[in-house]
Design a protein around this ligand. Structure first.
Ligand code: SAH
Ligand code: SF4
Length: 358
């Protein structure tokens, strides 16, 4: 039988496993800190535990991040990490170094069932939900790799998959990221992005640990959103914004609305004005994301003047709006390009990306 992996285990789970070995609870705290803070990955590194205990732990448990297959480094310093969580099941995480901080973007599912028209991940079959350990393990692996740069860490759940379609494992991962015996990060440093799974947003609203919420709105009419994001047929823009309005925002926090600008589809002045009206009264900021082109996507990016005109309309109406410039595009690490590809990039002139296989 495979040994259980402690990457993904909570303090309570570690404590009850240790109780079975006749060990006191404080040992669980030592082990949890070793796993999530010191990033120890072999039992030899637990020199505070004593040799006999180390060896009996080694007989029972492993401490392993998801298996890393390859790292692609962009000319702008962004790194794309390709993991193979099981044979043929690939997921990706991205490390984005920025001024004074590191942002890591992690996946929550292998594939995605939502199937958005503009997203390469959405072209893949949905294979499975990642476990809490596989989600937090991506962050820990990126941290080990970049250990020298111990700067401010932000985690965004914006990689492959729809986080709210894997609710329990995603929340368990967030608890490991924020708990004092886990990574001990502030929930303010964690952002969950959703395509609009309304029951998931309502469930999240009742949690005691709240990450920042980002909503991939991407359209201002149900007609267009139905086409772009198929789950809009189930939960309309009005339903989605209603759930946002009743979301209990902690003080001084805002909801981020992501808006992928697609040439000729949702980038008109009228769209910008409608967006302002839709979001009226919400504590919000808007993140405009010019579509990242990819051979798998039959949509075109907006003209640069449209991006600026769209932003201007929002700003003139006092809506905070920034433009997210692509990072890591040359290695297929930018938003919407994650597909577990083994080639550095999805260059239109290059080979077609391979589908994930079971
Ligand atoms: N499934 C979640 C989180 C992952 S997608 C969600 O949809 O929110 C992260 C962000 O990338 C979303 O805001 C999505 O709208 C955006 N995105 C997807 N494909 C894109 C593309 N081709 N170009 C730019 N942004 C894209
Ligand atoms: Fe899934 Fe998000 Fe991509 Fe839509 S944009 S297919 S929800 S990962």
């Amino acid at each position: 039988m495979e040994k259980p992996n402690l990457v993904g285990a909570s303090l309570q789970e570690i404590a009850s496993a240790l109780a079975g070995m006749g060990q006191p609870p404080y040992r669980a705290r030592q082990i949890s800190r070793g796993v999530y803070r010191r990033l120890a990955r072999s039992w030899d590194e637990f020199t505070d535990l004593g040799k006999a205990l180390r060896s009996s732990l080694a007989d029972r448990f492993v401490i392993a991040n998801p298996p890393l297959r390859q790292v692609f480094v962009s000319s702008d310093g962004t790194r794309r990490y390709l993991f193979e969580v099981a044979p043929g099941q690939r997921v990706e995480a991205v490390h984005i170094p920025e001024e004074g901080r590191d942002t890591v973007c992690v996946s929550t599912q292998a594939g995605c069932a939502v199937g958005c028209l503009f997203c390469v991940t959405g072209r893949l079959p949905m294979l499975r939900n990642l476990t809490a350990g596989e989600i937090v393990g991506q962050v820990l692996e990126l941290q080990s790799d970049r250990r020298a740069a111990s700067r401010r860490l932000n985690i965004v759940l914006m990689g492959m998959g729809e986080p709210l379609n894997n609710y329990d494992n995603v929340m368990a991962a967030i608890r490991l990221m924020t708990s004092p015996e886990g990574m001990s990060l502030s929930p303010r440093r964690i952002t969950l992005s959703t395509s609009g799974v309304v029951p998931g947003i309502r469930r999240l609203a009742a949690e005691s640990v709240l990450p920042n919420l980002a909503i991939s709105l991407n359209a201002t009419t149900d007609e267009v959103r139905d086409r772009l994001i198929p789950i809009n047929r189930r939960w309309s823009i009005a339903d989605l914004l209603q759930a946002c309005r009743s979301f209990p925002l902690p003080r001084r926090r805002r909801i981020t609305f992501e808006y992928v600008l697609i040439g000729g589809v949702n980038d008109s002045d009228e769209d910008a004005r409608r967006l302002v009206r839709l979001l009226a009264g919400l504590e919000k900021k808007v993140n405009l994301i010019p579509l990242n082109a990819d051979p798998w996507i039959a949509l075109r990016p907006p003209e640069e003047n449209r991006v600026l005109a769209f932003q201007k309309i929002l700003l003139e109406r006092h809506v905070t709006a920034s433009i997210r410039r692509p990072r890591g595009g040359d290695v297929s690490a930018a938003c919407g390009m994650l597909a577990g590809r083994e080639e550095p990039c999805g260059d239109p002139a290059g080979p077609a990306p391979r589908k994930l296989s079971q």
